[in-house]
Design a protein around this ligand. Structure first.
Ligand SMILES: O=C(O)CCC(=O)C(=O)O
Ligand SMILES: [Fe+2]
Length: 360
């Protein structure tokens, strides 16, 4: 059975930043690919440890890549590659060894802005049945410093406590990169690099595990994709390079898709809706999706990915940053911005009015 095609423009009313292009949510035979486009791979080390001129050089190249396509690949980030190997194995283990009943005990629901918990296959969003299972935890689900209204209880969030400890290592390693990456982005578009430092200290984030099971011939024939075309709602995403490819990125200039090929151990960085709003459209929230891998392994092998989405806390106000021209957007509270945007995926009831307290 072939489903009718769905397009992003059918869901335009949810957009909280300008998105002028039209794309099909799943792969289609009419899609065109820009096989020559190379997403920039940059070494972050000079920005982390170099002098002022090293930092400036990196920031300019990073800013250029992001302004052009919204994606860049970083090496030299300092995260131990063994952490990524462990996260890969732990993700496979979590999805393959947790019973369906246990998974459903943690079904995703709204925690502040974030839809946190387990997403069954074909239920990542209400708008498109994707062939992925997901599991999301925000900062509240980790035993790390933060303001809490009640004591942390690991069993509220995790089917087995050991997973919290293991994935905590990954989120702490990524948290150390939040400010340097944001600083480089801001410097790269000519802003004061430190504008977001305070708000990124102890900020909220979402760790998302994606498990794309092996596909049957019928699923391939149905036209279903592994993950629908979307933009991330966040400031930016840190996606460790996946072992199996399949990530496709929309090139605004050519209107074609670009295949992401990131070297082992590198991280893919992309800007999201919060960043597009704060930077007055200078850094785009770029469309991407997951399609079939180039090696045909979707018929035999599961694929996993484990992106970290960087957010601001719910009570922050998102206003266009200084130095970026006349603001194209009104200030908006982060919880309203986040939940209005993601009501596209989770249904209209997901949206929280700005005046409502972002209760858990
Ligand atoms: O699986 C991937 O490569 C990307 C996943 C993604 O875009 C997401 O979880 O938002
Ligand atoms: Fe994404």
């Amino acid at each position: 059975m072939t489903r009718p095609r769905a397009f992003n423009r059918d869901f335009k009313k949810y957009d909280q930043v300008r998105k002028a292009h039209t794309y099909g949510l799943a792969e289609h035979e009419s899609d065109e690919f820009d096989e020559d486009y190379e997403i920039a791979t940059l070494d972050l080390e000079p920005f982390l440890r170099g002098d002022a001129s090293d930092r400036e050089r990196f920031a300019v190249e990073f800013g250029a890549a992001l302004q052009e396509i919204g994606f860049a690949v970083l090496t030299g980030h300092g995260v131990d590659p063994a952490l990524y190997q462990d996260a890969h194995d732990d993700t496979l283990d979590l999805f393959e060894s947790t019973s369906p009943e246990q998974k459903m005990r943690f079904r995703a629901e709204r925690h502040g802005s974030v839809s946190q918990g387990y997403f069954p296959i074909e239920q990542t969003s209400e708008i498109h049945p994707d062939l992925v299972e997901g599991w999301v935890w925000c900062r509240r689900a980790f035993d790390v410093p933060q303001r809490r209204t009640s004591a942390f209880r690991v069993e509220d969030y995790w089917p087995v406590a050991g997973y919290e400890q293991r994935f905590r290592r990954l989120v702490l390693a990524h948290e150390a990169l939040f400010r340097p990456i944001a600083q480089a982005m801001l410097q790269g578009i000519g802003c004061d690099p430190h504008l977001l430092d305070d708000r990124l200290t102890g900020t909220n984030f979402g760790l998302r595990l994606n498990y794309y099971p092996r596909m049957t011939e019928d699923q391939v024939r149905s036209g279903a994709g592994r993950l629908l075309g979307h933009e991330d709602v966040d400031l930016f995403t840190i996606l460790p390079a996946t072992r199996i490819d399949g990530l496709q990125v929309w090139n605004h200039r050519s209107g074609k898709w670009v295949r992401m090929r990131a070297p082992t151990g590198s991280v893919v960085i992309n800007t999201g809706d919060y960043m597009q709003r704060l930077t007055n459209d200078r850094l785009p929230s770029t469309t991407h999706r997951v399609g079939k891998p180039s090696d045909g392994s979707h018929l035999t092998t599961a694929r996993v990915s484990f992106p970290t989405n960087v957010y601001l806390w719910e009570d922050e106000i998102l206003a266009v940053l200084p130095g970026l021209g006349p603001p194209r957007y009104e200030p908006i509270q982060a919880i309203a911005f986040h939940t209005l945007s993601t009501a596209k995926f989770y249904g209209d009831d997901y949206a929280v009015d700005a005046t409502t307290k972002g209760a858990e």
